[in-house]
Ligand binder design. Structure first.
Ligand SMILES: *Cc1c(COP(=O)(O)O)cnc(C)c1O
Length: 413
């Protein structure tokens, strides 16, 4: 019986250029982004400039985490405490957490079979709550129809903030993820597309939002040192009105990240090859549904999802256990209790309880798997063979149990 023996959480090393740049920062000791000498430009300011260029955004701000980027974005568009903020029911804990961190109320929107936000439910809830802001999470890299979504939000006067933690480098109809809404937020945490351990990035074309974000992030009065920020006069109008909520990125992380931006395209190609190898190996498996990917979507799959429609919990649990025993680490979004990074909307008890039957149905059969670049396409093919065999084995067990029960009934006749 085949087994897989590699770690699902082992990322690639930091590229040598990043290691050397980080060592240089440690040798000179000026780790704080505003600690520069003479004409020196901080690594953090350079990262912002380079990431703005990568996405095509006017402005970029580097912060301490993806969660800080999202909370900063919500504050920068001036969401008030108690205000409703629309967001995906299928997302990760830092998203509703960012909404709660500013005292606002997450209002969850249903999930489609294809793991994106349900636009019909979005419209209903937007009208019912009068929410002004959508925190749109491109969860696990699945992009909704962004043309339809933006048309709907524009018609309702809703400001869109994009959570691009899983879509750095992705695009819809050629427009980069993070460039559809007013703000795009990214994470540079270890499990995302570029890795500095922690960190976040925020992009926007709006000068007021950019200046407020810089001030919020804790710029003291040193905002002129930013290179991907609006001119000083934009700050001057507001600098005494915006609180300093320190959440900066440091030069060490920026030094680690800068060389990784250039690697993103090549990484995206390798991720896609792993994803396609899994799809090929799993297609046509009875009882298992692959997620269709629209032609308009260019995605950077650092993880893989499939659903087991209509499976009872015990059968899903059996599959996860049997794959786990063969070294294939699957995560199940239907589990009644949060496990490691995996939690769901009804575990976030600080949010008002909301009935979301469609999301419940999708999550009950949703399986998720990390796809680190330390895997090869042969590894992906092996993982697919194991999952396929176990899906069929668990199905056969069910069939045997049904046959035995039928036999029992006949005997009883
Ligand atoms: C990782 C992640 C974030 C941001 O996470 P941080 O750990 O705060 O950097 C936001 N949204 C989603 C969906 C994520 O997975």
């Amino acid at each position: 019986m085949e087994r897989f023996d590699q770690s699902f959480t082992q990322q690639e090393p930091i590229p040598d250029a990043g290691i050397e740049a980080a060592i240089a920062v440690m040798r000179h000791g000026r780790l704080h982004r505003y600690n520069t000498v003479a004409e020196e430009i901080a690594e953090t300011a350079l990262l912002e400039e380079e990431f703005a260029a990568f996405t095509g955004a006017r402005y970029c701000l580097a912060v301490a985490s993806g969660g800080v980027a999202m909370a900063t974005a919500l504050r920068a568009v001036q969401v008030c405490p108690g205000a409703p903020v629309l967001t995906n029911a299928f997302t990760l804990a830092p998203v509703p957490g960012a909404i709660a961190s500013i005292g606002a109320r997450p209002v969850f929107i249903e999930t489609t079979e294809d793991l994106t936000i349900d636009l019909g439910h979005l419209e209903v809830m937007a009208r019912a709550t009068d929410a002004r802001v959508l925190m749109l999470s491109h969860m696990r890299g699945h992009l909704a129809d962004m043309d339809r979504l933006m048309a709907l939000c524009n018609s309702l006067g809703i400001v869109v903030i994009e959570d691009c933690a899983h879509t750095m480098g992705a695009s819809w109809n050629g427009v980069p993820s993070g460039r559809h809404g007013a703000i795009g937020c990214y994470s540079t945490q270890t499990y995302k597309h570029i890795n500095a351990g922690e960190g976040g990035l925020l992009i926007t074309d709006d000068a007021g939002i950019a200046a407020r974000s810089v001030l919020l992030s804790g710029s003291y009065m040193l905002y002129p040192r930013h290179r991907a920020a609006p001119p000083a006069e934009v700050f001057e109008a507001m600098r005494l009105d915006v609180p300093n909520i320190s959440g900066r990125m440091d030069n060490l992380r920026a030094a680690i990240l800068r060389p990784q931006i250039a690697l993103l395209a090549e990484r995206a190609a390798r991720w896609l090859a792993l994803y396609r190898a899994l799809e090929d190996g799993l297609s046509g498996t009875l009882g298992l549904r692959l997620i269709p990917r629209p032609a308009a979507e260019a995605f950077v799959p650092s993880s893989f999802q499939f659903t087991l429609p209509g499976w009872p919990a015990a059968r899903v649990r059996a599959l996860v256990a049997r794959c786990g025993a063969r070294g294939v680490e699957l995560k199940w979004f239907g589990a009644p209790e949060p496990v490691a990074f995996t939690s769901r909307y009804d575990h976030w008890r600080y949010a008002e309880p909301q009935p979301l039957p469609q999301t419940d149905r999708v999550l009950a059969g949703l399986i998720d798997m990390r796809l680190p670049l330390t895997f090869s396409t042969d590894d992906a093919a092996l993982i697919a063979r194991i999952i396929r065999a176990e899906v069929l084995a668990v199905g056969q067990m069910l069939q045997d149990a049904l046959d035995a029960a039928a036999q029992g009934l006949r005997l009883a006749d």
